[in-house]
Design a protein around this ligand. Structure first.
Ligand code: GDP
Length: 432
């Protein structure tokens, strides 16, 4: 969802305008300069388009003390925004502070929409025209208090936002792409046979989905999936030794094309370096992951004991992945793969609303502040999810955040938002 930052110097009516945009009286409104101190984000909707509004509190770029903190917050909000709504007070005309704000906005290169507020009647409308002097193009005269002009303003804001991605339900999405990967002889082709044997794969022309001839449509538990590069598995391309490089390329290619990967591991034999390399490939490609411990029928208590030790010793970094203990031979728990795949994909596609994410960050940071280093307190100020599939978050910080602290936040994110089955990425942008 695109983000609109609302900025302007104190007392121009930002919070009233934000309330007008979100259609309720949620922000604190008081006729006292600087009363909305913290940035607060709200979900808004106009003409069927959803976006996030970030209210930034009164902002003067050259501020000191508390005001300087507000300025810092405002600049962060601008950095994270897709468009900026600058609010000025039409009844007092252009102020020096407004011009300073405009200079900062120019540097940010974000699209800016100019709202000339407090145009409560026809008479003040002429004064709004003087805001052309700011050099930001057409000023939109509005009365946040009475709602006058807010429709045109919102149209302009939507216009300034990046192109809306087409609604998910409008785009007929093809079946989800699944890759079965693993080293030779772990049971990939046996698994594929078992899965497609339950329901013979048909390439359905009528549904308009194009399936690469090396792929197959396979149904599991009523859902159809596109299994990637099944030709490679079925043809049983037995790479002679020395050709492992090509096998690895093929695996890499399948992983890249897939949304979710089933990494098959032979549970009856020790977990090997090659298994771990394939898991790492999936993690680095940012794909959802289900680990299938196959040949379970060949494991006894002793083997399972050692397998658990191997998992604890070598696979901790993949602790987020789902596991299925199965047998392609007997069919044990093969049906559970469907549930595991769905769960992993749902986590992989999760979108955390900006407001919810920042409420979470606020809680975590308050309960476990970053340790103070050389007299300074590095802080996470604001976060936003930049992408889904896999979930990718950008954290805006003041000061250098230590890697351990980033990992700590990542663990808490996983717990709070239940990211089982998907890698997640955290990107940190430190401010000087
Ligand atoms: P791929 O190279 O990964 O495709 O592995 P295959 O599917 O060709 O299987 C390799 C060997 O393991 C074959 O002899 C299979 O019959 C056997 N196999 C596969 N899955 C199982 C299983 O769950 N249990 C047992 N006991 N054998 C299996």
């Amino acid at each position: 969802r695109p983000v609109v930052a609302v900025v302007g110097r104190p007392n121009v009516g930002k919070s009233t305008l934000v309330n007008r945009i979100i259609g309720r009286r949620a922000a604190v409104v008081q006729d006292v300069p600087g009363v909305t101190r913290d940035r607060v984000s709200y979900d808004a909707r106009w003409n069927g388009r959803e976006f996030v509004v970030v209210d930034t509190g009164g902002w003067a770029p050259d501020a000191q003390g508390m005001a300087a903190q507000i300025a810092e917050q405002a600049e962060l909000a601008i950095a994270a925004a897709d468009a900026v709504l600058l609010v000025v007070d039409a009844t007092v005309g252009v102020q020096d502070v407004d011009e300073a704000v405009v200079r900062v906005l120019r540097r940010s290169r974000k699209p800016v929409v100019l709202a000339a507020n407090k145009v409560d009647d026809q008479r003040t409308e002429a004064e709004a025209a003087s805001m052309w002097n700011l050099g930001l193009g057409q000023p939109y005269p509005v009365s946040a208090l009475h709602g006058r002009g807010s429709g045109d303003l919102l149209d302009a804001v939507l216009e300034a936002l990046p192109e809306a991605p087409r609604e998910a339900e409008e785009v007929p999405r093809g079946p989800r792409r699944v890759a079965i990967v693993g080293k030779p002889n772990v049971g990939k082709s046996s698994l594929l046979n078992k899965l497609s044997g339950q329901q013979r794969a048909v390439v359905d022309d009528a549904s308009g989905t194009t399936v690469d001839p090396v792929d197959e449509l396979v149904e599991i538990g009523g859902t159809t999936y596109q299994f990637i590069d099944t030709a490679g598995i079925r043809r049983r391309v037995k790479e002679a030794s020395g050709h492992e490089y090509y096998a690895s390329l093929r695996t890499q290619g399948a992983i890249e094309r897939a949304e979710v990967c089933i990494v098959v591991i032979d549970a009856s034999a020790p977990v090997t370096e090659q298994d771990l390399r394939i898991l790492t490939m999936v993690e680095e490609a940012g794909r959802a992951l289900v680990v299938a411990f196959n040949k379970w029928d060949l494991t006894d208590d002793e083997r399972r004991f050692y397998l658990n030790r191997e998992i604890e010793r070598d696979m901790v970094q993949f602790g987020w992945a789902g596991h299925v203990n199965m047998s392609a031979l007997t069919g044990r728990h093969v049906d559970r793969l469907g549930v595991a795949i769905e769960g992993a994909l749902a986590a992989w596609e999760t979108r955390v609303p900006t407001g919810k994410l920042n409420a979470f960050l606020g809680r975590v940071v308050a309960a476990h502040p970053h340790p103070v280093r050389s007299g300074k307190q590095p802080r996470i100020l604001f976060g936003t999810q930049a992408q889904a599939g896999p979930p990718t978050f950008v954290l805006f910080t003041s000061g250098q955040i230590e890697p351990q602290y980033v990992r700590f936040v990542e663990r808490r994110l996983r717990e709070d938002f239940d990211f089982q089955g998907t890698p997640i990425h955290l990107e940190v942008r430190a401010r000087e």
